[in-house]
Ligand binder design. Structure first.
Ligand code: AHG
Ligand code: MN
Ligand code: MN
Length: 334
């Protein structure tokens, strides 16, 4: 018998006591929003959703129509349920407070509404990434500083990948489970339980066009992979780069691998490209919950104290033994 996401969440709440009812509601609502983003993505040119919106976000990136649509869908779905205090998004400069006309909850929701924007118009997998925190107790109202919690404080994290299938991947700190959208039923169905990332791999994902800008430890690691069987590693490696973090991480969860978006020399003061709160933290927790590892090269990502909402970070994650090796190369380079 198939298990729907709703049933799975009820069991997490009722039998296992892992999640309170408000968090269950929140996750159901996020899943519903992802379903509707998935429909918009599928319509593509027919729905008039492709192309640029002609605006820029706070990070100076050109916004695509779907970046904005997905952001609105997530806000509209989540603002009235009474489970949230506020939201933060890669596409919004400041936090979004739940309007006064709705009850206030105790959770904070953060999201990258549409990850892999450069792939929208070319019909390649894209996704939504989300992270849930609890509002710190004691203070009334909500402010940006309430969001600046370490990744290890997350109470739920997940992503939904819009590819040949629409798959929702979720953790509430009890392992990682995958749900596939059944379009006829209109519901997510549990299709893989307790996902585990193989500790070893022969596959890496990195934007090789940035090679000349990398730091020594990353260059050394990739050089050794490229040497293949004849080199120090004694095995041939394969490379994959989808350029949608959701899709690259999804592959790693499915068959192992290492994903890197490292700091590079072009802009020395910019810690990396990916965003700590919307991309690195949720993905790092999912990867760790599946037996993998995630670091910025020097520190476990989930341990980083965020200083700003839109903070960026260097990311190296995936199969544990490979991530440990890259970490060792960083330590040796000090
Ligand atoms: P976003 O579309 O949310 O801005 O994120 C894009 C990110 C990430 O998904 C991906 O890993 C990376 O940018 C792709 O970078 P390149 O353009 O260097 O390939
Ligand atoms: Mn992104
Ligand atoms: Mn995005």
């Amino acid at each position: 018998m198939s298990i729907s996401l709703s049933r799975f969440l009820v069991e997490e709440q009722r039998e296992k006591g892992h999640i309170p009812p408000e968090l269950r509601l929140l996750l159901e609502v996020v899943a519903r929003a992802c379903k509707s983003i998935s429909h918009a993505v599928n319509k593509g040119a027919l729905g008039g959703v492709l192309g640029s919106a002609g605006s820029e976000n706070v990070q100076g990136e050109v916004q695509k129509k779907l970046d904005i649509i997905a952001n609105e869908v997530l806000i509209e779905a989540n603002e009235w349920g009474g489970h949230l205090a506020a939201m933060a998004s890669e596409e919004m400069e400041s936090i979004y407070l739940v309007p006064n006309r709705y009850p206030q909850g105790e959770y904070l929701l953060l999201f990258d509404p549409l990850d892999g924007s450069s792939n929208i118009d070319v019909n390649v997998s894209i996704g939504t990434i989300f992270s849930v925190l609890k509002k710190p107790e004691g203070n009334s109202g909500v402010s940006e500083s309430d969001f600046l919690q370490k990744g290890e404080s997350q109470v739920a994290a997940g992503y939904c990948v819009y590819g040949p299938q629409t798959t929702l991947v979720l953790t509430v700190g009890d392992g990682v489970n995958m749900f596939t959208l059944d379009r006829e039923q209109g519901s997510f169905v549990l299709t893989q339980e307790k996902v585990q990332i193989p500790v070893d791999t022969k596959e890496f994902a990195i934007n090789m066009s940035n090679m000349r800008h990398w730091d020594t430890p990353v260059k050394r690691y990739i050089d050794e992979c490229l040497e293949g069987k004849e080199g120090l590693r004694g095995k041939d490696f394969n490379m994959r780069w989808i350029a949608s973090m959701v899709a690259d991480v999804h592959r790693i969860l499915t068959r192992g691998g290492v994903f890197m978006y490292p700091w590079d020399k072009r802009e020395p003061n910019k810690p990396g490209k990916l965003r700590l709160m919307y991309e690195a933290n949720p993905m790092s927790w999912i990867v760790e919950q599946a037996g993998g590892a995630s670091t910025n090269g020097r520190e476990r990502i989930l341990n980083i104290q965020p200083q700003a909402l839109h903070e960026r970070v260097s990311v190296i994650l995936g199969s544990k033994n490979e991530v440990d090796l890259v970490t060792k190369y960083h330590a040796n380079n000090n």
